[in-house]
Design a protein. Structure first.
Length: 157
């Protein structure tokens, strides 16, 4: 007989205890645009950089395509906006090695209101097995006003 215990307590893991993946060695990145001063590598490096910014305003996509399928259990995101008051929406999607289309993990909106509310920091616990690609779509201003998508950091464990 096969059985699963579904109500077992989960161990709390703080983001500081995680070993994050070296995305430079494990994947390639597809992006819709990037500002020369803020390339995508700056948001994906382990030790943190200045972050990525799109070269043009409007919706942008970052897609991480892994060389080999893998399992991830944690996604950390940091968005930073120091200049413009705006409401941003982002969507995380994933592609299983055996799937033909992406599945949504989550969709979230956040309002930046500098100088008081300038960062959105998210930590998600997930169970993505046989992960072939992870896609992040950012709508920098859902009201339609001109804004540039920015990502301070994306880390996976």
């Amino acid at each position: 007989m096969r059985k699963t215990i579904i109500n077992r307590p989960t161990e709390k893991i703080s983001p500081g205890d995680l070993v994050f993946l070296d995305l430079e060695q494990l994947a390639q990145v597809e992006i819709t645009s990037e500002c020369r001063e803020h390339p995508i590598e700056s948001a994906l490096v382990k030790d943190g950089g200045t972050g990525w910014q799109a070269a043009q305003p409007g919706e942008q996509t970052i897609c991480i395509v892994f060389d080999q399928p893998l399992t991830i259990n944690h996604i950390d995101l940091i968005f930073d906006e120091q200049e413009q008051s705006r409401t941003q929406e982002f969507v995380l999607l994933w592609l299983d090695n055996n799937m033909e289309s992406y599945r949504e993990i989550l969709r979230q909106q956040f309002h930046f209101s500098p100088p008081n509310t300038t960062q959105e920091i998210e930590h998600y616990t997930v169970n993505l097995t046989q992960l072939k690609a992870l896609k992040l779509t950012i709508v920098p201003n859902i009201e339609g006003n001109e804004a540039f998508a920015k990502l301070k950091q994306l880390k996976l464990a």
